[in-house]
Design a protein around this ligand. Structure first.
Ligand SMILES: Nc1ncnc2c1ncn2[C@@H]1O[C@H](COP(=O)(O)OP(=O)(O)OP(=O)(O)O)[C@@H](O)[C@H]1O
Length: 298
């Protein structure tokens, strides 16, 4: 087992890492030096036939490790040490490092379907949880990373409040499975039901099945402010102007519209989104419910 630790994820996470490592005496540890390093480490380990590569960080680290494992038989393990940890919440992974470590030792592997986003620039990138286009991407782009380390998720709330009066909502066109273009002023393509932490966005969605839920959001700053108020109450699906669809292939267009994937800054539209050609194996706690208990490949 290789543990890929991102020292820049979350804040003050090293002691949590050490608590997990104490229960994983056979594991090797590699620390990332910057963006994309986790992907290279994971790819190398998979090529060497490693049984499991553990992403010790947040959603961005998990996405990078997943990108390195795609197409291999190496399982993805998760030690949630990030800020939002949406995928860990989605998969109901234990929060305590000791319990998470035990799950890595005794868990079972299940199929996980990441998304692949292909940008107009020709670049492609994998995501495990979500892609946001518009307002939330601008919040991520302008986030004060030092404040994020100190204040965690509250830094996003602060940045969203700063962006509200100045962000220019631009039209987005979404084509779902080759249908007629649909308009939105902000949009989230999600694999899972949660958004920005433990908050409900798309009931019924799961990264353990192929396909996506797409939240098309109309309106401007007022709607964004309402979304901010409804989010912590778990009422985001009831935001006026929000419509949820399901799709397998999504094409998004728009001028000067930024995107973010799994909480990391990515390119501007246009982008096309599909499932990865094959699922990954993700290691979940043994017997963690019927939905999560399905074996990889089933
Ligand atoms: N040594 C490093 N120094 C700076 N950045 C790094 C380093 N290693 C990895 N990164 C980058 O840090 C980014 C953020 O990591 P990650 O998303 O795991 O943490 P987080 O943002 O705190 O958690 P979450 O996404 O769950 O909120 C990743 O996209 C990764 O590219």
């Amino acid at each position: 087992m290789l543990i890929v630790f991102n020292p820049a994820a979350g804040s003050r996470r090293r002691s949590r890492l050490d608590r997990a490592l104490a229960l994983l005496p056979g594991a090797r540890l590699a620390e990332t030096h910057g963006p994309s390093h986790a992907e290279a480490l994971a790819r190398q380990a998979a090529a060497a036939g490693e049984d499991c590569v553990v992403a010790a960080g947040g959603d961005g680290t998990i996405a990078e490790v997943a990108a390195g494992l795609v197409g291999s038989q190496t399982a993805l393990g998760i030690l949630p040490l990030g800020t939002a940890n949406v995928l860990a919440l989605e998969l109901r992974l234990p929060r305590q490092p000791e319990e998470a470590a035990r799950a890595l030792l005794t868990g079972q592997d299940t199929a996980l379907w990441p998304g692949i986003a292909r940008f107009g620039s020709g670049q492609s990138r994998l995501f495990v949880q979500m892609l946001g286009a518009g307002f939330d991407a601008m919040v991520v782009r302008n986030l004060d990373l030092r404040l994020k380390r100190r204040a965690g998720r509250a830094a996003y709330v602060w940045q969203a409040a700063r962006e509200l009066p100045r962000y220019r909502f631009r039209p987005i066109q979404a084509v779902l499975d080759g249908g007629a273009p649909m308009p939105a002023s902000a949009l989230v393509v999600t694999k899972g039901r949660l958004y920005a932490g433990p908050f409900r966005l798309a009931p019924g969605a799961t990264p353990l099945r192929p396909g996506f839920h797409v939240a098309l959001i109309g309106g401007g700053a007022l709607h964004a402010a309402m979304a901010g108020a409804l989010l912590p109450l778990g009422l985001l699906p009831h935001l006026p102007g929000l419509v949820l669809h399901q799709a397998s292939r999504i094409a998004l267009r728009g001028e000067d519209v930024p995107t973010q994937m799994d909480g990391d800054v990515t390119g501007d539209l246009p982008v096309t989104i599909d499932d990865a050609p094959a699922p990954l194996r993700v290691r979940l706690p043994a017997g963690s419910g019927t939905e999560h208990g399905r074996k990889a490949g089933e």
